[in-house]
Design a protein around this ligand. Structure first.
Ligand SMILES: NC(=O)c1ccc[n+]([C@@H]2O[C@H](COP(=O)([O-])OP(=O)(O)OC[C@H]3O[C@@H](n4cnc5c(N)ncnc54)[C@H](O)[C@@H]3O)[C@@H](O)[C@H]2O)c1
Length: 358
């Protein structure tokens, strides 16, 4: 007899564009939509089994509002997917820390509400997993949430480029408490990094040489605006470059993740890829590719898998250790341990065999 599934209680730190697409997407998949998920079921859990039990932000257009209203509030530009019903979950105020500074911070109207006791909220709302979706460069906020998740016994998913899952200090304390930590910097379901990695991996596998390559992005989200802050964005650019370069076993000139901001593009992003190299007998090839997509859904698509995978580990259905490394390598650009794309896909499919992935 099959066990009755409980919902996966998730809290969100940051109700920006990614959170908006994630929450709306969960409602979208509650109705039988067959397209757009890598895994319809993970361990018997559907996308719609994710329940948003708590949320934190610092913007007065979101704080104090029901989650169903906050997801559409400015400065979010992610596309409206569904009409959400009232959730009964009010967005709570957090300490702004570095989430309100820099170029991204210019768009935030910092609320005057008193910050909530985050650990208490996580415990009272029986949250299983805290997902960090604060802006790029908000390292202090990301670490504060890592501490709160740890203290409340929640698993922590760091979707931001701040170094948490790949930081030895956090790895050690999470291991000591037998808590789950995955990250860093979510790798889109389809996006510039995963596409660039797979193109290079394919060329390498076919014996072709990469002489030089770049990947340039333009977008209209807060994320692309943050990229104008060269210093704060450096960490993201380094993550993207390392993630792409790691699939080729030699050093070559590469630029990945240079971005510019075009206001009217909203939550859309266009990425330009250029690859030049040689194949059989020194013959030359040139590759020019353009990809346009929406940032929010690209992030939400993979998070929907990562949340359900973390839930399986939490329910002790998959064991820990190397499994969390595999989940980080599957869903993130800067995982604690790099694993080749082919081994990751194989590992995830093997993991799910027998765990109701159909
Ligand atoms: N496809 C993608 O969009 C994508 C891909 C990879 C990584 N990411 C990462 O995901 C994160 C979220 O991206 P986004 O596009 O949703 O960003 P966003 O700027 O739209 O949203 C960030 C939200 O965090 C809130 N915030 C700021 N400081 C906070 C704090 N201290 N506590 C709680 N909330 C706070 C802001 O008010 C805003 O609502 C970023 O770090 C980004 O790098 C996104």
């Amino acid at each position: 007899m099959s066990k009755k599934r409980k919902s996966i209680n998730v809290a969100l730190a940051g109700v920006g564009n990614c959170a908006s697409s994630l929450i709306q997407g969960t409602a979208y998949y509650a109705i039988d939509h067959p397209i757009g998920l890598a895994h319809r079921k993970i361990g018997g859990y559907e996308a719609s089994d994710i329940n948003y039990a708590a949320a934190f932000d610092i913007d007065d257009r979101k704080v104090g509002h029901d989650l169903s209203e906050a997801v559409y509030a400015e400065p979010n530009t992610s596309r409206k997917i569904v009409d959400l019903k009232n959730t009964g979950v009010t967005v709570q105020m957090a300490q702004p820390l570095d989430g309100a500074s820099g170029i991204a911070g210019e768009k935030v109207h910092v609320s005057r509400a008193k910050p909530a006791n985050i650990s208490q909220v996580l415990r009272d709302s029986e949250v299983n997993i805290l997902v960090n979706l604060t802006p790029t460069g908000a390292s202090k906020a990301s670490e504060m949430y890592a501490q709160m998740a740890l203290g409340s016994g929640c698993a922590y998913i760091n979707a931001t480029p701040s170094k948490v899952a790949s930081n030895r200090k956090w790895q050690t304390v999470y291991k000591r408490k037998k808590s789950i930590l995955v990250g860093d910097d979510i790798m889109d379901q389809i996006g510039s990094t995963i596409l660039h990695r797979n193109l290079l991996s394919f060329l390498n596998e076919r014996g072709a040489r990469v002489d030089e390559t770049y990947q340039l992005d333009i977008g209209g989200g807060t994320e692309s605006k943050s990229a104008l802050d060269k210093k704060k964005y450096e960490i993201k650019r380094n993550i993207k470059t390392a993630a792409v370069a790691s699939v080729v076993p030699y050093v070559f000139p590469i630029v990945a993740g240079s971005s510019d901001f075009v206001d009217f593009m909203g939550n859309k992003r266009t990425s330009y890829f250029w690859i030049r190299g040689q194949y059989y007998a020194g013959a030359n090839y040139n590759m020019d590719i353009r990809l346009t997509l929406e940032d929010g859904p690209a992030c939400a698509g993979i998070l929907t898998d990562v949340i359900r995978l973390v839930n399986l580990v939490q329910n002790n259905e998959l064991g820990q250790g190397s499994v969390t490394d595999l989940i980080s390598a599957y869903g993130f650009k800067a995982p604690p341990k790099r694993i080749s794309p082919e081994s990751v896909s194989e590992g995830i499919e093997q993991l799910l065999d027998g765990h109701g992935k159909a």
